[in-house]
Design a protein around this ligand. Sequence first.
Ligand code: GLU
Length: 503
Amino acid sequence: MTKNVRVRFAPSPTGPLHIGGVRTALFNYLFAKKHNGTFILRIEDTDQNRYVEGAEQYIIDALNWCGMPFDEGPGTNEKFGPYRQSERKPLYKAYAEELIASGNAYYAFDTAETLDAERKQCEANKETFIYNWHNRLKLSNSLSLSAEETQAKLDSGDDYVIRFKSPQDETLHLKDIIRGDIKIDTNVLDDKVLFKSDGMPTYHLANIVDDHLMEISHVIRGEEWLPSLALHYQLYKAFGWDAPEFAHLPLILKPTGKGKLSKRDGDKLGFPVFPLLWEDPKTNEVSRGYKEDGYFADAMVNFLAFLGWNPGTEQEIFTLDELIAAFDLKKVNKSGARFDPDKIKWFNHHYMQEQNNEELADIFKNSTPELADIDTSYIAMAINLIKERATFVSDFWDLSHFFFVTPTTYDEKASKKALKESTDDLMKQLIAVLNANTDFSVETLTTEIKGWITSNEISFGKVMMPLRLALVGALQGPDVFDIIYMIGKNETVKRIEKLIATI
Ligand code: GLU
């Protein structure tokens, strides 16, 4: 890559960032870092009606949680700032006027009622209303009106919008890194609004002007923006600017593979569709987030990287640095990527194994009142023994409670299986073996107990099953010798005696 790579993630702060937005941010981040480029955050808040309090901070928090902080953006290295479009408001109008002056745009004075009536008329004829070359001269705009009429309307403060004058009978040749060459017949395009009567630019104008002024080299965004590409190309041409390269990422589909994954799907399908928990400032409605649901950021990033991209090898586990090294926009697929909530659990289980036990112990302790007085290093040792079966920290208690508290009940099925006539006697003998043991290391315990079992020709299950039941309360858990070592001789003997007493 010869040119200086500058990419931007340009969300609109209209609510919590959807998981698809995080994937877009990730692909921008990976591409930037791969090419020693710059990752920019630009807040596209020109639509004041849809502005939501707290959404911008949420976006920033989500990027930081994922480990992909922006290099330039609101409050950070503002050399092309400001990075909030609402703060750039004064600069857009001149660009819209420049397009009018060059004959690429025009004022349109049509009222909402006129346009509505036109739309209805079309619907009645089973047509779709489209404002462009075929009818613009019949509507109220600076192309159909004389210069004096136009000026008079402007002077009297009539509401107007500025529309792009989309050309007739041309074929546009668009390029997309992922989709290849795309041909578009301009006759099907409408004259999009660039500037609104409220004095604000629309997304299209602000987006192009800012991408140009911020020297964006590559636009990487979701497939839903592909229909806007033709207009964006034409805007670059009309301004006489070089267009950046474009890459439109595939849609993220529902787990069934049918239809786009929507913001509402999380509630319906029972998994989060947002990176972080979000509380709506108006309704106080709470939406679950991956972080608060116990997912590790590494797991989420690794999972999202595979939504539409793959390295072309069997490798699935990638750290962020490995993703940066392997990432290639040319390996991004065109077809939609199915969102599989079980797969992110699989990644979480993997990343669980890589976490530091002491750190996990802190989290576990803080969320479990029963552990308040227990030494963190002991908790960490217990976690080490059970985490291969855990996907979330919230699984820990079920998998490890017997390291911390004496079982109060015994699983019924397990009891039936483990308790035999000989149990009472064997458990008493076992207590004697344990009491005779001096160093109480896992190795000695194992050798001595196993030695006692084999030399007396006792069946293993007859000792090990009731022993496990006494220690755990069920026939589950890690190696019994590890449990005995962890809880110590006195507690072990106490638990065996307790079992004997209940037989
Ligand atoms: N503001 C747009 C969005 O919310 C940005 C689209 C683009 O990247 O051009 O996704």
